[in-house]
Ligand binder design. Structure first.
Ligand code: GLC
Length: 572
């Protein structure tokens, strides 16, 4: 009986629902050969930091690697020129196999980044495709004649990095489509050979033992077959949920408005229904192996649209990121509503993912660091990330409170920053080298790193924080290991506390049967008194973001300090 229960639980809560994920941007994690660029042997050498089986390590269960495949780096790895080869700057295939083996020995699973909406223009497929109009691979990409008179681009589609989505090819006298840079031509997902070729790529890595994939912009894969013009941005009948805007930060809304997504609503070059059949195909491949997982980077202004990528029968992506939380204002009600909206939008079987930072946005620490408040707030974010219902993704360096790098114009690498500086400084600031120690190059490399180190690396580093019991790093460790001991954090329902609360406070409950925990958060700067809140016999504080607060049974009224969060266990 017991065994059956365990089996059922394992099926309902497989490793990817239980695990804590960690994103590594390989260029910036650890350099082993002194060229200033991170590499795979470097990463292997620090796996023990991530999980050595003891509470002295971070305790993560899976790594998502941003791309390390062969790439001319026009978009820093997100332009792949060989999907089955490791770029020599990161190492060799043998290095990857060794890394995978060491990771698995430590019970760390490995996810790769599948960037297949587009390839690099240096990919042999595209080189062939552009070589002549009748090359057998011509139709693997999207080619169209110009619009007459004047040989204008075939339609009004804009790319996601601003500008037309079409580039003229002199040699074969047609335009090709690119949803991002012109060096990132879009694959033609209506072509069955393309689908098969990518399925082979997926199988190649799964056969090597990889545990799954993060999918880069899958909502962009298929395009309207008639290539209709996109309507203007402000057109009616668009699928947009305006309630999302009220909880976003002023800056996020401003940027969104200023860019006015290229003055058009991308109706025909993203979120096409055929994409769902592509994803069902991927899922079949993944399911033909055991225990594999996918997580999608779906960007939409409507939650039902994002949710549709789980599939009606849960037969598409296992998980989808929820990017609204990366734009949320520092207000209790904004976080509460933002999280509740996602909880409400998800059907029962669809499993949530939470993350506050990644390689495309300003680091969460700096987003919320107004007047030096980042340290307290980073601890509250960590508490939320690791106790909400869903799989948490930590972005490398988040655990030591790495700040957004301050990159001078001449040091910029990201094409977005180079093109739009100073209006948009690009994404280099969140991709600076991992800070291992206070040495000249922060223990990342013995050489000048490819990007400058972010500020305060003398204090915000692993070596220093490892020794301080009250550091953010040790707080992350405690939370992650506590999470492993409290299955309720994975399995419990999520509920917002609905009773009266002092302003600036947000409480949520996680419940399973008669077991309950609560997370009480004070987003305000002033302390807040909580009256007897729960119908519980006793309430025990398990951990607080405030390092001086001792765990143990608490009495009400209970005073939350300014910007403090507490994890409480409620007993009947
Ligand atoms: C995704 C990636 C981003 C990349 C873009 C184009 O949004 O996260 O880094 O630039 O796709 O591949």
């Amino acid at each position: 009986m017991k065994l059956d229960d365990n089996k059922r639980d394992r099926e309902k809560y497989p490793w990817w629902k239980r695990g804590v994920f960690y994103q590594i941007y390989p260029r910036s994690y650890k350099d082993s050969n002194g060229d200033g660029v991170g590499d795979l042997p470097g990463i292997e050498s620090v796996l023990g930091y991530l999980n050595n089986g003891t509470e002295k390590s971070l305790g993560i269960d899976a790594i998502w690697f941003s791309p390390f495949f062969t790439s001319p780096d026009r978009d820093y790895g997100y332009d792949v020129s060989d999907y089955c080869a490791i770029d020599p700057r990161y190492g060799t295939l043998d290095d990857f196999k060794a890394l995978l083996k060491s990771a698995h020995e430590r019970n760390i699973r490995v996810l790769l980044d599948l960037v297949v909406n587009h390839s690099s223009d240096q990919h042999p497929w595209f080189v062939e495709s552009r070589s002549s109009r009748n090359n057998p691979r011509r139709d693997w990409y999207i080619w169209k004649d110009g619009r007459q008179p004047g040989n204008k681009p075939p339609n009004n589609w804009r790319n996601h990095f601003f500008g037309s989505a079409w580039t003229w090819d002199e040699k074969t006298e047609q335009y090709y489509l690119h949803s991002f840079l012109k060096e990132q031509p879009d694959l033609n997902w209506h072509n069955s050979q393309v689908r098969e070729a990518i399925a082979d790529v997926i199988k190649y890595w799964l056969d090597l033992g990889v545990d799954g994939f993060r999918l880069d912009v899958p909502h962009v894969y298929c395009k309207d077959k008639q290539f209709r013009n996109n309507p203007p941005f402000y057109s009616l009948n668009r699928n947009i949920d305006f309630s999302l805007f009220k909880d976003r930060s002023f800056m996020s809304n401003l940027l969104k408005l200023l860019a006015l997504p290229e003055l058009q609503f991308k109706k025909y070059n993203q979120h096409q229904s055929e994409t769902h059949s592509v994803l069902r195909g991927f899922r079949k491949v993944l399911d033909s192996y055991q225990d594999k997982v996918s997580v999608g980077e779906i960007i939409a202004d409507s939650l039902p649209v994002i949710v549709s990528y789980y599939g009606r029968e849960n037969d598409q992506l296992h998980m989808n990121f929820y990017f609204e939380l990366l734009h949320c204002r520092w207000k209790a009600h904004a976080f509460r509503r933002c999280i509740q909206r996602w909880e409400n939008a998800l059907p029962e079987e669809a499993w949530p993912v939470y993350t506050f930072s990644n390689h495309d946005v300003n680091r969460a620490f700096s987003r919320y660091d107004q007047r030096g408040r980042g340290d307290k707030r980073a601890r509250m974010l960590a508490l939320m990330l690791l106790t909400l219902r869903g799989t948490p993704f930590i972005y490398y360096g988040e655990e030591i409170g790495m700040k957004e790098g301050l990159i001078q114009r001449e040091q910029l690498k990201d094409p977005l920053g180079i093109k739009w500086y100073p209006f948009h400084r690009g994404r280099d600031g969140c991709r600076t080298p991992m800070q291992w120690d206070e040495g000249m190059f922060a223990g990342f490399s013995s050489h000048q790193p490819w990007l400058p180190l972010s500020p305060e690396h003398e204090i915000r580093n692993v070596r220093v924080q490892d020794e301080q019991s009250e550091s953010l790093l040790n707080f992350f460790r405690q939370l992650i290991w506590l999470r492993k001991k409290l299955p309720l954090i994975v399995e419990g329902d999520y509920q917002t506390y609905k009773g009266r609360l002092p302003s600036g406070c947000y409480i949520y409950l996680r419940q399973q049967g008669d077991k309950k925990i609560a997370v009480a958060l004070n987003f305000g700067k002033r302390k807040k008194k909580l009256e007897q809140l729960f119908n519980a016999g006793s309430v025990k504080l398990l951990i607080s973001t405030c390092p001086t607060r001792e765990p143990g049974v608490i009495a009400f009224p209970f005073t939350l300090k300014g910007e403090e969060g507490c994890l409480l266990e409620l007993s009947p």
